[in-house]
Design a protein around this ligand. Sequence first.
Ligand SMILES: C[S@@+](CC[C@H](N)C(=O)[O-])C[C@H]1O[C@@H](n2cnc3c(N)ncnc32)[C@H](O)[C@@H]1O
Length: 189
Amino acid sequence: MGSNFGGGAVFNGASPSSHPQIVARIVRDYVPAGGRVMDIGGTAHGFKAQAVLPAGARLVIVNPEPGVGADVADTSHIPLTEPPFDLAMLFGVILQLPKEIVREIFSLARQRLRAGGTMLVADPDPTGVAGTIDRYSKAIFTPHKKFFVHTPAETRQMLADAGFTRFTDRPDLRPAFRQPPYYILAASF
Ligand SMILES: C[S@@+](CC[C@H](N)C(=O)[O-])C[C@H]1O[C@@H](n2cnc3c(N)ncnc32)[C@H](O)[C@@H]1O
């Protein structure tokens, strides 16, 4: 992929999507048989490559980047006639986006989830030392890209503003010994 830190790439080892046993836990907890999953900012070699979905389940990759195996470029391109989703994931994406775009993505995803469905957000925690070093490294190695700071508290507030009402921290979906540590937040309504 163009940015060189998508699923499985060198900067992405701490994402839940890079670890088959964590992907399996996500599927177990959030994807029923026949369920529907939206991987926003996903790639064909990330979560999709690792996941064994239950019978009849479907995964839709939403990503504007060409050549990553996306089904659609934007959530709004998924036909409204399609049934609602059980799970929307956003792993390692919001650090690339300003708050107004993150808010738009949360709001669109909220509209396409079924009541009781889950939005799972995982992003490098920018508040710690490792997160700060990670941000500076990315800025050095990918100077053409801009990075944004969204603390866990800010992300939770943006989710609440988009209509999510229930929040669960899922540190158990964080790969052990991988840096920078991600914060992982499950939101539902
Ligand atoms: C670090 S990479 C993907 C990591 C992937 N989610 C994983 O866990 O392996 C970040 C991705 O976010 C995508 N992205 C950037 N802006 C986006 C947007 N507005 N909507 C969806 N995806 C976006 C980029 O194209 C890039 O492929």
